[in-house]
Design a protein. Structure first.
Length: 519
């Protein structure tokens, strides 16, 4: 009985080990199947990712994928996996080298396109932003390459107005001549020369408005330069004469004032002496009247006193004449001072007018780029000292060229004027607006918190959208894109302008009527 129990026990143990072995085998089988499934999926995705990069790699991956469908023992496929691994490593190294070469070619092609004459400012800005973007991965390099090709296509379309290269050159020269004509007109408008030079400049401006030939434009440019130099020299000489005249008048006033002060002191002393003598005579009369009862006996003394009074009266008349002359001199000095004050006020007003013309945009009546750079430098220095929030935003009109093309440049000028006025009306007294380009405005918002500056810029964008423009019996809606940023870290004004330009480009790329912040 004991032997039977022992045998039964051994059988039970053997059965248990068999069960455990079956479970272990089943687990290993499941794990192997899962690994095969994962490996199949990996090889399949690797085939898709690498398709077309290398023919040998495509064939090996296809064979490996087919054998995975048939083989159950993955270990037999290890040699094939090693071959695929070697091919993938080789392809990765090749791709890295090709990507590096593509980056170099991208930079070279971009710089070549950038140097092409006659490119619009917007295309140059987009090209500059493209070249400034990082290209750490193949995907980024691919996107930049596609974008560069798009810019090349746009440039070719601009240059394909005529198949003749000379005609294209003439067109570019024509654009440059038009730009030079516009700049000369603006310069003459801003200048405020008097006399013959001023008349000549205005005559030149009228000729430019009627249109001139390229050769005549070159001659006019030279003449304008000569007139500007002559006018500047005349202004300097006029200013020197004015200062010399003021200095001379001030020296004369100083001299006559010193003389008047001396005369006033002398008159005061004489008055004091006469007052003392009159007091002495009055005291003598009083004492004589008190002590002399017999007036007849006192008559000789009274006669002498009367003579002394007459002498004092004559001296008093002489003093009155001197006082009158002194009053007249003081009146002359006052008149001279008033005249000098009026001259300096006129000169000050003229300087203010010239400064206003120098720093105001002639058409929109907001500040120009020269004023912008001065104000930005001033606010930058304040920011360095106080570290207050300093926001800079750039506003660009969407599809402004279409307005000029469809309704004419007068309509475009009207749009710019109204939009500039609208922007200015939505700014505070401490904010600043300047015309930065043809249809671009730059704003400086110092010491404004995040909520308020966002609200202010959003209000500007929305109010411009609601402006009721109407041209040629058609209602026209104008929208703007806004790019904005803040000073921080080691920023300089040049960094801020570049970053604001990138923010504006990103806003316009995302669609019209948008605002985008960039840090």
């Amino acid at each position: 009985m004991t032997d039977i129990n022992a045998v039964a026990s051994e059988v039970s143990k053997l059965k248990l080990r068999l069960d455990q072995a079956q479970l272990t085998y089943r687990d290993a089988s499941l794990k192997s199947r899962r690994e095969i499934v994962i490996l199949k999926r990996l090889i399949s995705r690797l085939s898709v990712a690498c398709r077309g990069l290398d023919n040998e790699l495509d064939v090996k991956l296809s064979e490996l994928r087919n054998e995975l469908d048939q083989q159950k023992d993955v270990s037999k496929l290890i040699p094939r996996l090693a071959v695929v691994e070697r091919l993938v490593t080789r392809q990765a190294s090749f791709t890295e080298n090709e990507n590096h070469l593509l980056e170099q070619q991208l930079t070279h092609s971009g710089e070549t396109l950038k140097r092409l004459p006659g490119l619009p400012a917007q295309l140059k800005r987009e090209l500059r932003n493209l070249l400034g973007q990082p290209s750490d991965t193949l995907v980024q390099t691919h996107k930049q390459t596609v974008r560069l090709l798009e810019l090349y296509e746009r440039a070719l379309k601009l240059m394909s107005v005529s198949n003749d290269a000379m005609v294209m050159k003439d067109a570019l020269d024509h654009d440059l001549l038009l730009q030079l004509t516009s700049e000369l007109q603006r310069l003459i408008t801003e200048l405020d020369f008097d006399g013959e030079n001023g008349d000549k400049l205005m005559n030149i401006r009228n000729r430019l408005l009627l249109g001139v030939s390229p050769q005549a434009l070159i001659e006019i440019s030279q003449e304008v330069l000569r007139l500007v130099l002559d006018g500047t020299h005349q202004e300097c000489r006029s200013s020197q004469r004015f200062l010399d005249s003021v200095n001379s008048d001030l020296a004369t006033l100083q001299k006559t004032t010193n003389q008047s002060v001396g005369q006033s002191s002398a008159l005061y002393e004489h008055r004091s002496e006469m007052t003392s003598e009159l007091a002495t005579l009055a005291s003598t009369f009083k004492q004589g009247l008190r002590n002399n009862k017999n007036l007849e006996a006192w008559r000789p003394a009274v006669t002498e006193l009367t003579k002394e009074l007459l002498v004092l009266a004559e001296r008093n008349k002489a003093l009155e004449k001197r006082e009158k002359a002194l009053v007249e001199q003081l009146g002359y000095n006052e008149s001279k001072i008033n005249s000098l004050y009026e001259q300096t006020q006129d000169y000050h007003r003229r300087l203010n007018d010239q400064e206003r013309k120098m720093f105001l945009d002639n058409m929109t009546r907001v500040y120009n780029r020269a004023a912008l750079h001065d104000r930005l430098e001033h606010e930058y220095r304040r920011w360095l000292r106080y570290q207050h929030p300093l926001c800079v935003a750039m506003i660009d009109l969407d599809q402004f060229k279409e307005v000029n093309d469809s309704y004419g440049h007068l309509a475009g000028d009207k749009v710019l004027k109204i939009i500039a006025r609208t922007i200015r009306q939505n700014l505070s007294d401490t904010d600043f607006i300047a015309r930065f380009g043809d249809d671009e405005f730059m704003l400086i918002l110092p010491d404004v918190n995040e909520e308020e500056r966002t609200k202010r810029l959003t209000k500007i964008r929305e109010n411009i959208t609601q402006l009721p423009f109407r041209f040629r019996d058609q209602n026209v809606t104008i929208t703007v894109s806004i790019g904005a940023t803040l000073f921080h870290g080691n920023d300089t004004p040049a960094d801020i302008i570049e970053r604001t330009d990138k923010a504006l480009y990103s806003a316009k790329s995302a669609g019209s009527n948008r605002m985008l912040w960039i840090s």
